[in-house]
Design a protein around this ligand. Structure first.
Ligand code: ATP
Ligand code: MG
Length: 203
């Protein structure tokens, strides 16, 4: 090995050792064991699918999970077909089938409140390890639900319970108490290239 190569090899080793020390320190510092609140927001594609991927992780360890879909689209979804008969998954779709086409506000509010009653029950039940409130954020945006009781129930939930909430916009009070927040950015979407929504990808 020539001198320059040896030098860069040594430098590389030093850099890696430093990096390892830093990572080890961070691991040593993160020792708390508790469930977390994860928010997935933003305009890009990948929020609900990522939350369901996380749920699959939990299921891999035999954890009990529940999903409440706060918005029901026009299409039946592949994820519902896949998960709804899983012995460890309770799958709930909100009320009468809220869609973007709905124009009956009183009916939407009633459905949102009913879904919240269920969500609150799940948040008080330590049998559930993982809860997904899919598209819940719209309930606050459209004023169908107040965020305060949701914050209270989240704060009081069982210590090891993990909760994920998705939706393009996220109420600030939820962001204030969340442990992990990821924003999925919309750099491009096939829909705008004229590609029709397809089974197994979009729904
Ligand atoms: P996914 O369920 O694919 O993870 P998402 O939860 O991030 O998407 P939503 O805002 O819930 O996105 O939108 C639901 C549907 O709209 C999905 O079919 C998704 O593919 C589609 N979609 C998401 N983002 C966009 C976008 N920027 N433009 C057009 N369609 C989108
Ligand atoms: Mg979604």
């Amino acid at each position: 090995m020539n001198k320059t190569a040896e030098d860069s090899d040594k430098k590389y080793q030093e850099r890696m050792a430093k990096k390892k020390a830093l990572i080890d320190e961070r691991i040593a510092n993160a020792q708390e064991e508790r469930g977390i609140l994860i928010l997935l927001k933003g305009n890009g594609k990948g929020k609900s699918s990522s939350a369901l991927g996380t749920m699959a992780r939990s299921l891999g360890y035999g954890k009990k999970c529940a999903v409440i879909q706060f918005i029901k689209g026009e299409n039946e979804t592949g994820e519902q077909r896949f998960f709804q008969n899983h012995p460890l998954v309770d799958w709930h779709v909100m009320g009468h089938g809220f869609t973007w086409e709905t124009q009956d506000k009183a009916q939407d509010i009633a459905a949102a409140e009913k879904a919240w009653v269920l969500a609150e029950k799940l948040l008080a039940d330590d049998q559930y390890d993982f809860l997904l409130f899919d598209e819940m954020s719209y309930m606050f945006k459209y004023g169908y639900l107040n965020v305060e009781p949701v914050i209270e129930a989240l704060k009081k939930r069982p210590k090891m319970q993990n909760v994920m909430i998705t939706g393009r916009t996220m109420a600030m009070p939820l962001q204030d108490i969340a442990d992990t927040i990821s924003t999925v950015q919309d750099d491009r979407h096939a829909f705008r290239l004229g590609v029709k929504a397809q089974q197994g990808i979009e729904y």
